[in-house]
Design a protein around this ligand. Structure first.
Ligand SMILES: Cc1cc2nc3c(=O)[nH]c(=O)nc-3n(C[C@H](O)[C@H](O)[C@H](O)COP(=O)(O)OP(=O)(O)OC[C@H]3O[C@@H](n4cnc5c(N)ncnc54)[C@H](O)[C@@H]3O)c2cc1C
Length: 583
């Protein structure tokens, strides 16, 4: 898949429906037993009526994927409530979203101009090891592949020999991000000119840049909605008041709305956000809490006018009790403070956010409490939880939307047309768990590896790490060796940039690198760096590129603010957009 080219592993794909991993207590006998007790959801067991509860990013992405993949094979209804609204954040993504959009045949230019989107090449981590420190976690590949020794090992050797450079100098995405530049190959029109200059300048192995998007969360849900409403999806506006279950087996039979409507289904997708109306409030699935590893549990979010051209990276700036995000869209900034309520109050966080973002406010700040962890079963009976209803890992590495896309992809692959198989559901849950734990560990790494003085950071430095993470850090510290495990999202380059960036200095590196003469080492490094410098010099600014490629019409954000105002009028509170989008 595209993963290798886009800097992160491909959208996690299960190894095949019903396959059971060896070595985790599941053998062939268990599989046979599970298949033997295959349970059917409804009368004849066949799944045809799907009900999606909730219309935030998770609900609409799922709706879009199912209508696109299965068209007339399913009868799909989505219920959402304007009164409740959406979480209203979730605006920074990772490159896997492009793979997902390709599967849905989404046109990039149309998409970006509809969601007022900008390009993202990296995350800029500021103040993480200590105040004043900065490093970039880029998408894409750093250096060149060699069959025996990873590129960063040669870079470590060059440092030993006194050659001064940053590892990011050998990564196109970092170099472009630091200069606020962006371009794509072969996109036609005005960008063709840059493409040609770049292609000529960059005699590089790679033929494209690895990137993701920043976009407006409300407009994203609206875009997905427009894409699938034309495909037969039925949308119902209303507040779910009750989840009706089969008294014998607990399977969900219907959603009862406040106005008395009853929406029956065979399979239910719980996309009701952190409330998890179906999977938790009805099915009592249980939640595994990870707060002891990731201490932040609240955020305050804000939207302001842009204070300059958009930068092609997300900013994550650590502070005394958490961190501060800044995301530049085409026309505005989305920002917020993530914090631990044990170390900062809502008022303090809000005051800090307003002081550090003095540009004109477009919406008043709103508080978002959250709980880090996962639903014990993403798939329980005939309910599959997606998005915030299934899990939450704080947004430091912008992974939530990816995890939703990945789960939806998995659902498409496991879709239980002929009835729910417990074995398949177990496999789905197992893959979901492994995927989440991997992402969690990567995020924990950022909190743990710090040299800051404040109590929260001291606590994180001293905490007991989740299984496997300490070993990774230790191996890197002792040998400079990093790796990407099978089915893991974060690639070797991600681990390397973040461990180095967070202050881990390898005590050794691969001895083979010492065999290179000074001249050969210089040739290797220059051979990577010079084409990157030439390519970046030939790129336009991100602003120029957006203007010619995907400039959003003013109506895009006018529409969004109209919706936000409408939502505020209905609910009397600022809490995301949601609502009835009149196209
Ligand atoms: C502070 C913060 C920052 C984040 N930043 C990022 C980021 O940068 N990148 C990223 O990938 N992810 C991010 N996320 C996660 C991201 O916001 C979510 O993954 C994404 O928005 C999906 O949310 P959702 O659709 O699951 O839930 P929601 O947006 O909460 O939607 C829930 C839906 O359920 C409906 N609903 C609820 N109750 C009822 C009811 N009783 N009746 C009818 N309908 C109901 C609501 O109306 C709504 O439509 C962030 C999350 C937080 C908390």
């Amino acid at each position: 898949m595209q993963g290798a080219a886009i800097g992160y592993a491909a959208l996690a794909a299960p190894q095949g429906g019903g396959a059971v991993p060896e070595g985790r207590g599941h053998g062939r006998d268990t599989l046979r037993k599970n298949v033997g007790r295959m349970k059917l959801a409804t009368g004849n067991g066949r799944i045809r009526k799907v009900v999606i509860a909730g219309g935030g990013t998770a609900g609409w992405v799922a709706a879009c994927a199912l209508t696109h993949q299965f068209r007339d094979m399913l009868d799909i209804t989505l219920v959402e409530s304007e009164q409740v609204g959406t979480v209203g954040v979730g605006e920074s993504t990772i490159p896997t979203i492009r793979t997902f959009h390709k599967l849905l045949q989404i046109d990039e230019r149309e998409f970006l101009s509809s969601v007022a989107g900008s390009f993202k090449l990296a995350i800029s981590f500021e103040n993480w090891t200590r105040p004043g420190a900065r490093y970039i976690h880029p998408f894409g590949t750093t250096g060149v592949n060699t069959w025996s020794v990873d590129f960063h090992q040669f870079w470590l050797e060059s440092r030993r020999r006194g050659i001064k450079s940053e590892l990011g100098d050998y990564c196109l995405e970092t170099a472009a991000a630091l200069k606020d530049r962006f371009a794509l190959f072969n996109t036609g029109q005005n960008t063709q000119q840059w493409s040609m200059r770049w292609t000529k300048a960059a005699s590089m192995e790679r033929r494209d840049v690895s990137y993701a998007y920043h976009f407006d969360a409300g407009l994203y849900a609206a875009f997905m909605r427009v894409k699938c409403e034309g495909r037969g999806l039925k949308r119902i506006e209303g507040k779910i008041a009750q989840v009706r279950q089969d008294p014998e087996n607990g399977f969900v039979q219907a959603l009862v709305l406040e106005d008395g409507q009853v929406i029956e289904g065979d399979l239910f997708l719980d996309c009701t956000g952190a409330r998890a109306l179906l999977s938790e409030q009805a099915l009592k699935t249980g939640f595994e809490d990870w707060n002891h590893w990731l201490p932040s549990n609240r955020a305050v979010a804000l939207q302001t006018e842009a204070d300059g051209p958009p930068v092609p990276y997300t900013r994550a700036i650590a502070h005394e009790a958490g961190w501060h995000w800044k995301i530049s869209l085409q026309h505005r900034i989305g920002c917020g403070i993530v914090f631990s309520d044990a170390h900062m109050s809502d008022d303090e966080a809000t005051a800090k956010l307003l002081a550090e973002n003095p540009a004109k406010r477009l919406r008043e700040p709103w508080i978002i409490p959250f709980r880090t962890g996962r639903r014990r079963k993403a798939w329980n009976k005939n309910v599959i939880a997606l998005g915030l209803a299934s899990s939450f890992i704080e947004p430091l590495e912008s992974t939530s939307i990816h995890l939703t896309l990945s789960a939806v992809t998995r659902l498409v692959q496991f879709f239980p047309f002929e009835g729910i198989s417990e074995a398949a559901a177990e496999r789905y849950n197992e893959v979901s768990r492994m995927e989440l734990e991997h992402v969690r560990n990567f995020v924990v790494l950022h909190y743990h590896l710090n040299q800051r003085d404040e109590p929260l950071w001291k606590q994180c430095r001293e905490m007991e790490l989740p299984p496997g993470l300490g070993e990774r850090i230790q191996v890197f510290r002792e040998t400079g060796y990093a790796w990407q495990g099978e089915d893991e999202l974060f690639r070797l380059d991600s681990w390397t940039h973040c461990m180095l960036g967070q202050g881990v200095v390898p005590q050794n590196h691969h001895p083979l690198t010492r065999a290179l003469s000074d001249a050969d080492l210089k040739t290797l490094l220059d051979g990577v760096r010079k084409p990157i410098d030439a390519a970046v010099a030939a790129m336009p600014s991100q602003q120029d590129f957006i203007d010619s490629y995907c400039r959003a019409p003013d109506s895009a954000w006018e529409k969004m603010y109209a919706c936000a105002r409408q939502h505020e009028q209905v609910t009397g509170k600022v809490a995301g957009v949601g609502g009835d989008l009149k196209q």
